[in-house]
Design a binder for this molecule. Structure first.
Ligand SMILES: NC(=O)c1ccc[n+]([C@@H]2O[C@H](COP(=O)([O-])OP(=O)(O)OC[C@H]3O[C@@H](n4cnc5c(N)ncnc54)[C@H](O)[C@@H]3O)[C@@H](O)[C@H]2O)c1
Ligand SMILES: CC(C)[C@H](C(=O)O)[C@@H](O)C(=O)O
Ligand SMILES: [Mg+2]
Length: 350
C-alpha cells in the first residue's frame, strides 16, 4: 500500500501547520507499513506571488493526479489590499480547487476532547458529550452563483439543483448510519427558495434511510442551539455558506478553531482534500504559536478516507488526545505551548 500526497502549504500559518501534519503523517504511515510520497505545490497567495495565479496549472495537475491533497490555508491582508485594485484573490484559488476536484461534501467533525471542558466558553454540563459532524455542501450555492459587483449595487446568486442537494444529503445520511443515526438538516426554509428545495430533497430521501431519524432546524435557531445544547446533535447537513459559519461556531464551542479538521470529498475513488477549517491567521503567523492539531487531525482524516487506513487514523487521533491530555495547550487554548512543542508531543505519543 502506498500513498501519494500533494501538499499545499499556502499562506500565513498554513506552512507551519502542514509541516507539523506532514511529520505526523510520515511517522503514522511508516508504522502502518504505508509507503508515503509527498510533493509540495504553490497555492493561494504564495502562488500569486510566484506566478500571478492562486491555482496554477502545475498545482491543478498535481492535485488531480495524486491520491489526496493536504492543504494549510490561504489568504492574508497583503492580497486583500492588492485585490482592491484588481489583484487576484487567494480565496479564488481555493474555490477553483474545490470545483476542479468536484469536492461537493465537506466533513467537519467537532467533538469535546477529554479534559477540554475548561477550553469551552460553555458551562461544562452544556458542552459535555458534544460530538457533531457537520456535512457542508461545498461546490454550490452562493459561493458559485452568478455575481455582479459594483460600488453602488452588487449581487450574489444562490443557485442549487435537486441533484446537487441530493448527493451531499446522501453523504450525510450514510455518515449518520455509522454514528448515532440522527440527522439534522439546517436551512432557512421560511425565507429562501433554495432552502425549500433543500428540505423537500431531504424529506424525499428519508425513506431510503428508515434507521436514521431526521429533523429540520432553521439556521438562526441552529446558531443558538449550538451554544446552548450542542450535545443534542449528531450529523448536521447544510448548504455551503451556512456550513461555513456554523462549523467555525461549533469549533469554538468545543475549545478552539485550531482543533478543527476537515475532509472534502467528491465521487468515490477520486482524491480528497484535507485541511483544517481555520484560515491563515495573519495575526499569529510566523510566531510558532499556531495550533497544529486541526491540520494533524486532517491528516488522520486523509488516512481514513483516502488511505483506507482507519487504524492509522485512529492512532493519530489518540496521539492528539494524549498531547491534550498531558495539559499541553497552544495559545488559542489559553496555554503557551508552541507549534513545535505540540507537534513533538503528538509524535512522542505516536
Ligand atoms: N481554508 C482556508 O484557506 C481559509 C479559511 C478561513 C479563512 N481563510 C483566510 O484566512 C485569512 C484570515 O482569516 P480570519 O482571520 O478571518 O480567520 P482565521 O481562521 O485565519 O483566524 C481567526 C482567529 O483564529 C485564530 N486561529 C486560527 N487558526 C488558528 C490555529 N491553528 N491556532 C491558533 N489560533 C488560530 C487566529 O489567530 C485568529 O485570531 C483571510 O484571508 C481568510 O480569507 C482561509
Ligand atoms: C477562505 C474561504 C473561501 C473558505 C470558505 O468560505 O469556504 C474558508 O472560510 C473555509 O471555511 O474553508
Ligand atoms: Mg470558513
Amino acid at each position: 500500500m502506498s500513498l501519494h500526497v500533494t501538499i499545499l502549504p499556502g499562506d500565513g500559518i498554513g506552512p507551519e501547520v502542514t509541516e507539523a501534519a506532514e511529520r505526523v503523517l510520515a511517522v503514522a504511515c511508516e508504522a502502518a507499513g504505508i509507503g508515503l510520497r509527498t510533493d509540495h505545490e504553490l497555492f493561494g497567495g504564495a502562488a500569486i506571488d510566484a506566478t500571478g495565479d492562486p491555482f496554477p496549472e502545475k498545482t491543478r495537475h498535481a492535485c488531480l493526479t495524486c491520491d489526496a491533497v493536504l492543504l494549510g490555508a490561504v489568504g492574508g491582508p497583503r492580497w486583500d489590499e492588492a485585490a482592491k485594485t484588481g489583484g487576484p484573490r487567494p480565496e479564488k484559488g481555493l474555490l477553483a480547487l474545490r470545483s476542479a476536484m468536484g469536492l461537493f461534501a465537506n466533513l467537519r467533525p467537532s467533538r469535546l476532547f477529554p479534559g477540554m471542558e475548561d477550553a469551552s466558553p460553555l458551562r461544562p454540563e452544556r458542552v459535555e458529550g458534544t460530538d457533531v459532524l457537520i456535512v457542508r455542501e461545498l461546490t454550490g450555492g452562493v459561493y458559485f452563483g452568478e455575481k455582479t459587483e459594483g460600488t453602488e449595487a452588487a449581487s450574489d446568486l444562490m443557485p442549487y439543483s435537486r441533484a446537487e442537494v441530493e448527493r451531499v444529503v446522501r453523504v450525510a445520511f450514510e455518515a449518520a448510519r455509522g454514528r448515532k443515526k440522527h440527522l439534522t438538516s439546517v436551512d432557512k426554509a421560511n425565507v429562501l427558495a433554495t432552502s425549500r428545495l433543500w428540505r423537500h430533497a431531504v424529506e424525499a430521501l428519508a425513506p431510503d434511510y428508515p434507521d436514521v431519524t431526521v429533523d429540520h432546524v432553521l439556521v438562526d435557531a441552529m446558531a443558538m442551539h449550538l451554544t446552548t445544547r450542542p450535545a443534542r446533535f449528531d450529523v448536521v447537513v447544510t448548504e455551503n455558506l451556512f456550513g461555513d459559519v456554523l462549523s467555525d461556531e461549533l469549533s469554538a464551542v468545543v475549545g478552539s478553531i485550531g482543533l478543527a479538521a476537515s475532509a472534502s470529498l467528491g465521487e468515490p475513488g477520486k482524491p480528497g482534500v484535507y485541511e483544517p477549517i481555520h484560515g491563515s491567521a495573519p495575526d499569529i503567523a510566523g510566531q510558532s504559536a499556531a495550533n497544529p492539531a486541526g491540520a494533524i487531525l486532517s491528516a488522520a482524516m486523509l488516512l481514513r478516507h483516502s488511505g483506507d487506513a482507519p487504524e492509522a487514523a485512529a492512532r493519530i487521533e489518540a496521539a492528539v488526545e494524549a498531547a491534550l491530555g498531558q495539559g499541553l495547550r497552544t495559545r488559542d487554548l489559553g496555554g503557551s505551548a508552541s507549534t513545535e512543542d505540540f507537534t513533538k508531543a503528538v509524535l512522542a505519543a505516536l
